[in-house]
Write a protein of this length. Structure first.
Length: 270
């Protein structure tokens, strides 16, 4: 590592990017978010998650971008699609969506070397009341975490904001998976926990890029990974939801790189 790169690492090993780097992250984030906008119309009862993933693959190719997940540790799809009690890393397949199914679609693209990573919830058909409540709490918890992002705060402040909000609504935060640093790499320090104590963890500094992506369960927080070594499910088979944004710490707050161009981040946008 050269001397300049060394100077851009915090004592916790977190990369600090330059103000000029924000533009690249916005381009990558905007494409990932636009793909998730455009795929919304395909989430209907009777569609398969493989068909949705094939459409996402085409969208990435047509944009002249690269999927970060195809080939990542042997993974072969441009998205993870997690249905109902699947917490994360659901593998697209031939199973058809049923009326009332909820699903998270997670997409990461590479644009000019920058990584745009985002996910959001969708519903096939009619949304049940309990699923609607879970999705709303998860969505709002993400933004509680984002509100805590500013220089001088800590990663523990982010996790605490999310955990306190979720548990006040008698739901649980998944502990087994977390957000992560990114930029010109897919995964890097820090681990961004979605639970924690205020004032703990690394201090936020301008130039940090990372994801916040809380997974919230209607039941208990425990998960297990299936035999495919990817799919994580709730142990108690309760419904799970997740929303994810990629963000950057600015001199006085935060920028979200993955805002929906069409205002479609929440599944009831229409």
């Amino acid at each position: 590592m050269d001397e300049r790169a060394e100077r851009r690492l915090t004592k916790d090993g977190i990369r600090l990017y330059d103000p000029s780097d924000f533009a690249g992250m916005h381009r990558a984030g905007e494409l990932a978010a636009r793909i998730l906008d455009d795929v919304a119309g395909l989430v209907v009862p009777g569609a398969s998650t493989a068909e949705i993933d094939e459409a996402i693959t085409r969208m990435v190719d047509e944009a002249g971008a690269t999927s970060a997940t195809i080939g990542y540790k042997g993974y072969q799809h441009a998205s993870c699609i997690s249905v109902n009690h699947v917490v994360c890393h659901g593998i697209p397949g031939d199973k058809r969506l049923k009326d009332g199914d909820i699903l998270n679609i997670d997409v990461t693209v590479i644009v000019d070397g920058w990584y745009g990573d985002t996910s959001r919830m969708y519903v096939a058909g009619k949304l049940s009341r309990k699923a609607e409540r879970l999705i709303q709490v998860t969505h709002d918890a993400l933004f509680k975490g984002i509100e805590a992002v500013r220089p001088g705060n800590t990663f523990g402040d982010i996790g605490h904001a999310i955990q306190a909000y979720v548990e006040a609504h008698r739901m649980s935060v998944v502990r087994d998976f977390c957000g992560h640093g990114l930029g010109r790499v897919f995964h890097a320090p820090p681990n961004v926990l979605h639970y924690g104590r205020p004032g703990t963890g690394a201090v936020l500094e301008p130039g940090m890029f990372f994801t916040i992506e809380p997974m919230v369960n209607l039941g208990r927080p425990e998960t297990k990974v299936l035999a495919d070594d990817w799919t994580a499910v709730t142990r108690d088979k309760s419904l799970s939801a997740q929303f994810e944004h990629s963000v950057g710490v600015t001199e006085d707050g935060v920028e979200i790189f993955t805002l929906s161009p069409g205002g479609r981040f929440h599944p009831t946008w229409g």
